[in-house]
Design a protein around this ligand. Sequence first.
Ligand code: SF4
Ligand code: SF4
Length: 108
Amino acid sequence: MINFQCQRCGACCKIVGELIPHLPLPIAATLSPLPNGWCKNLQESDDGTFGCKIYEHRPLICRVNWVTKRQMRAANIDEDTMLQMTYDACKMLRQKFKDKENDTISKT
Ligand code: SF4
Ligand code: SF4
């Protein structure tokens, strides 16, 4: 069994600005990004990790477990495969965000 644990890096909430054009209006309004593209509900903790200010009321699109389980059932995918896909997606997002940050830094 793959042991996937969210690192609370916030990368998946920091790319909301890029997703907005593809989201239904009510969800876009809930997430409405800040000028830097981060979801307005993203909150940084003192230890540098990130959390969600509206966690209990976050939209379904943000509920990875709920979405993941539905996708698994629909596509007949086993849990290990889905966890591996989730891990790969997080890794890609984290790298993408790191690249974006470096790009911003190099332009300033
Ligand atoms: S990108 Fe992955 S590891 Fe980072 S906060 Fe989102 S779910 Fe967690
Ligand atoms: S609502 Fe919460 S979980 Fe969803 S993108 Fe914003 S900060 Fe992340």
